[in-house]
Design a protein. Structure first.
Length: 135
């Protein structure tokens, strides 16, 4: 094989590796932006929300990406909940409505399968922040 073709192969491999590295950096930056924006729109902390969702046992009814053991099949899968148009198929998906739904689902839809869990206002904002990272 001519030396020029070997160098071309090396350059191609280097370009592929550089593109992969740049893609990884862009992905990480996008996730960081998503987390910051979720915290800002919800007035909560997505990190605290992740912990609160585990503490309230949300994963016993829902599949929730990023929450260990959250494999429930009773409620909807919450992956990509941030990009859904509605909450519970009925309410606009905005931070205030999400937090209200997490706190008082039975007041919003009496008889709903979503139980009252005694979620505090702070925990609801934090949980909303976490859910808004799930795109």
């Amino acid at each position: 094989m001519p030396a020029s073709l070997k160098w071309l192969g090396v350059l191609f491999a280097a370009a592929v590796l550089a593109a992969m590295a740049a893609g990884g950096i862009m992905f990480a930056q996008g996730r960081t932006r998503t987390r910051i924006m979720a915290d800002q729109v919800s007035d909560g902390s997505n990190r605290a929300g992740r912990e609160a969702m585990a503490a309230y046992g949300c994963g016993s009814c829902h599949v929730i990406p990023g929450i260990a053991g959250a494999t429930g099949q009773v409620g909807p899968d919450l992956g990509k909940v941030a990009v859904r148009a509605t909450i519970a198929g009925k309410f606009p998906n905005d931070p205030a409505t999400m937090a209200r739904w997490l706190r008082h689902p039975q007041a919003m839809i009496p008889g709903s399968a979503m139980p009252e869990q005694g979620v505090t206002e702070r925990d609801a904002r934090d949980m909303t922040a976490y859910l808004y990272t799930l795109k």
